[in-house]
Design a binder for this molecule. Structure first.
Ligand SMILES: [Zn+2]
Length: 222
């Protein structure tokens, strides 16, 4: 409706400009024009208010979604079937001198090639690919807006957008990517979309600790 008012207003203004030698005359036409300008102003005001209301609702919905995601329990499980706390080095998270990565932003769980890898949490698969240092990898969005990264897989057995649970196989242990010269293992890392700035310290790339969590903190006793 306001579009038509704008068009009509514009046409009337044009008409005044080009065809009335000494405007404005106080005629019925000009009163109508005044009404239209007022209506147009009210419509614009209304639209601004509507837009503010829509934006505040979108913001509220986003806050609710983030809070709900934070409330989902993580209940993390060892992703490599048959592995335990002896299957990984407890000191390698943020280990320095880790080649071009500078530090090790996860843990390496050693197992025989082909060993089943399950999702460590419930979640949704965001990405599966074979790329760069991680070789064949799977990225899962889990509870609390955390990203679970499973790398060096021998095989990928899931697809993007698949819903996964603790028992859902996502691949098998391998040594693809830059692990070609090391025994088969799963590189498992946990990232967080909600930053934890209090974890930042003076270590190399210490500022990134706000976004990388130590999987061992959640695997203890599992
Ligand atoms: Zn690793």
């Amino acid at each position: 409706m306001d579009v038509w008012i704008c068009v009509l207003n514009y046409l009337l203004t044009l008409k005044d400009t080009f065809h009335t030698p000494t405007p404005p005359f106080h005629t019925a036409k000009h009163e109508m024009l005044g009404c239209i300008v007022l209506l147009q102003y009210l419509c614009v005001e209304n639209n601004a208010n509507n837009m503010k209301r829509i934006l505040s609702r979108i913001l509220l919905a986003l806050v609710v979604i983030v809070v709900l995601g934070m409330l989902i329990p993580q209940n993390l499980k060892m992703p490599v079937v048959g592995a335990d706390s002896n299957s990984y080095n407890h000191e390698t998270f943020w280990y320095e001198g880790w080649g071009t990565s500078i530090v090790h932003k996860g843990i390496d769980v050693f197992a025989r090639r082909g060993t089943r890898v399950n999702s460590a949490t419930i979640g949704i698969v965001l990405c599966t690919a074979e790329y760069g240092k991680g070789g064949k990898f799977v990225l899962v969005l889990g509870p609390k807006w955390r990203l679970h990264y499973y790398a060096h897989l021998d095989e990928i057995t899931t697809k993007p957008l698949a819903l996964v649970g603790h028992g859902t196989q996502i691949g098998t242990v391998g040594n693809t990517g830059n692990a070609a010269t090391t025994p088969a293992h799963l590189h498992y890392g946990i990232g967080t979309l909600i930053p934890y700035p209090w974890r930042i310290d003076d270590a190399p790339l210490g500022h990134q600790k706000a976004f990388y969590l130590n999987p061992i903190d959640y695997l203890k006793g599992k």
